[in-house]
Design a protein around this ligand. Structure first.
Ligand code: PEP
Ligand code: MN
Length: 356
């Protein structure tokens, strides 16, 4: 046998072993999937570090070389990771918020006729907080004149410091409702705690869960029991998966009408308040059938880039924009740096109407 023939022969043995290994890997993956199902029935976690440690020890004891124990452990750890990823992928595919068909979409209709998620581009706009009737009336008139149908009516503000303006409370909700009725708009307002649900039922068309409450699973479950839409903002440092699981809490509790808002995530960047995750918006649109709105105010923390961010939101396929507008931003009680004045808002609307 020539060296060339020997090489051929050995390579064909390796090819056969590769196929055998592939077969074994696939069988292993199927069994691991079955284990995952049993664990779910038992209410246990898929990831079991103790079990992984036991398997690695058994492999070490059985290892006769030529691979070192370290190499064997590294190879098997990779296999464990791949199995866990497979299980996660399978459990994500079962999520209600996950898109199952290319054209699947959740379309939300509000009592004032506003529709979101139907392929149109909706605006959710208004001041950071309700400060007075005059302020909200002035903003409401400006929004209505530009066809905005969903108004922010924030009465409870989650401020960083307890010494900062906390919102007008129920009086703020009353003002927002009054102004929204005057101009034919729907009202949305941030709820802080499930105990406020009965109060909010009297005033809002759309409940709003802020970034700081995105993982408040008790609040999410309670909002799953009401029959009004919910705006859910992405947490300050939440992954997309965590964001979708938060939405899943509401949907799996019985309320399918969720609007997701990307509001920027915390990064090392200082020149914007947060970093607008444009890629995240595209991924959310791909992975989920829920409408996705882009908050160009909190993601930027500044008003001078509102127009380009709005264009980006539209271009990336978002279902709308969230923008803060105040009659006199420099004296606003909160988020003074990012709220648009009424002329700036009109300018933004003109820009959005122009082709991208
Ligand atoms: C808001 O939009 O009113 C707000 C407080 O933003 P966030 O929850 O994203 O910080
Ligand atoms: Mn704000």
């Amino acid at each position: 046998m020539t060296a060339q023939d020997r090489l051929q022969e050995l390579r064909s043995q390796v090819d056969t072993i590769n196929l055998q290994l592939l077969d074994l890997l696939s069988k292993r993956a199927q069994i691991v999937t079955q284990i995952g199902k049993v664990l779910e029935e038992l209410g246990g976690e898929h990831y079991d570090p103790m079990r992984e440690a036991q398997m690695l020890t058994a492999l070490e004891m059985a290892n006769k070389g030529p691979f070192s124990n370290e190499t064997i452990k590294a190879l098997f750890r990779e296999l464990f990771r791949a199995s866990l990823a497979l299980e996660e992928q399978q459990s994500r595919a079962k999520m209600r918020v996950q898109r199952k068909a290319k054209d699947e979409r959740t379309i939300i209709q509000l009592p004032n006729g506003a529709v979101i998620g139907d392929g149109s581009f909706q605006l959710v706009a208004g001041s950071c907080a309700v400060e007075s009737y005059e302020q909200i009336d002035e903003v409401g008139a400006a929004l209505a004149a530009r066809g905005v149908k969903i108004m922010r009516g924030m009465a409870y503000k989650p401020r960083t410091s307890p010494y900062e303006f906390q919102g007008l409370g129920e009086q703020g909700l009353q003002i927002a409702r009054q102004v929204a009725n005057k101009y034919g708009m729907a009202v949305t307002s941030e709820i802080m705690d499930q105990s406020q649900i009965p109060l909010f039922m009297d005033y809002v068309d759309v409940f709003w869960v802020g970034a700081r409450n995105m993982q408040n699973s008790f609040l999410l479950k309670a909002l799953g029991k009401i029959n009004r839409p919910v705006i859910l903002k992405r947490g300050l440092a939440a992954t997309l998966e965590e964001f979708l699981y938060a939405a899943e809490y509401i949907v799996s509790s019985g309320n399918p009408n969720i609007i997701l808002i990307e509001r920027g995530i915390r990064t090392f960047e200082k020149w914007t308040r947060n970093t607008l995750d444009v890629g995240g918006v595209a991924v959310l649109k791909l992975e989920s059938h829920l409408p996705v709105v882009v908050d160009i105010s909190h993601s930027a923390g500044r008003r001078d880039i509102a127009k380009p961010l709005a264009r980006v939101a539209k271009a990336v396929g978002a279902d709308g924009l969230m923008v803060e507008v105040h009659p006199n931003p420099p004296v606003a009680m909160s988020d003074a740096k990012q709220q648009l004045s009424i002329p700036e808002f009109n300018d933004l609307m003109d820009d959005l109407a122009a082709p991208i």
